[in-house]
Design a protein around this ligand. Structure first.
Ligand SMILES: CC(C)(COP(=O)(O)OP(=O)(O)OC[C@H]1O[C@@H](n2cnc3c(N)ncnc32)[C@H](O)[C@@H]1OP(=O)(O)O)[C@@H](O)C(=O)NCCC(=O)NCCS
Length: 159
């Protein structure tokens, strides 16, 4: 497996891979992936298997409003390749890029009932940020992404 930046040639395959992330993750449009491949490829790494298949992807972006932050928007590993360190390797790539820019923090959100994601984020060095209520032991911020869109928020310091 190699880790390589998202390129235009991959966007159809990445979109199909993201469709496997339901119900917690939904594929975005090809125009969105064009944007990520064209403007943000250094924080949108793919895991590519020895046969050239894309088996994992992370879409992350440095904030323009707060350049110390990198937000991790989508994370997926193909169901047949989970628990083999794919996400660990992809997030390491994002961390390394963010550190080289002098960023201070990676952060992300997930659905409060996504127990696998919760286990992964905690194992990968993220802290569940204190919210205003708990669901099954996960701290949740009400309406974090707007009305009715409460989220568990996680952050990982880079310094
Ligand atoms: C969450 C997800 C991205 C993890 O990807 P992955 O490549 O399997 O993760 P890794 O192999 O790098 O796992 C890293 C660590 O996370 C933890 N972890 C990952 N999956 C886990 C699970 N199902 N149960 C418990 N712990 C888990 C483990 O501690 C693991 O380390 P270990 O295998 O050495 O014990 C993957 O399950 C996935 O694609 N889920 C569907 C999409 C989704 O929900 N994405 C997140 C929402 S944005």
């Amino acid at each position: 497996m190699i880790v390589a930046p998202l390129r235009l040639e991959h966007i159809g395959e990445v979109r199909r891979l993201m469709e496997l992330g339901a119900p917690y993750l939904h594929a975005r449009t090809l125009s969105d992936y064009w944007l990520y491949a064209t403007l943000f490829s250094s924080t949108c790494p793919l895991a590519i298997d020895d046969d050239g298949t894309v088996i994992g992807a992370v879409m992350a972006f440095r904030s323009q409003d707060d350049p110390a932050d990198v937000y991790v928007q989508d994370v997926i590993t193909h169901p047949r390749h989970r628990r083999r360190g794919v996400t660990r390797a992809l997030l390491q790539s994002v961390r390394s890029q963010a550190r080289s820019w002098g960023c201070q923090r990676l952060y992300l959100t997930s659905e409060p009932d996504n127990e696998t994601a919760h286990a992964a984020w905690e194992s990968l060095g993220f802290v569940n940020v204190a919210g205003d209520h708990h669901i099954n032991g996960v701290s949740v911020v009400t309406d974090f992404k707007g009305p009715g869109r409460s989220r568990a928020v996680y952050e990982s310091p880079l310094s």
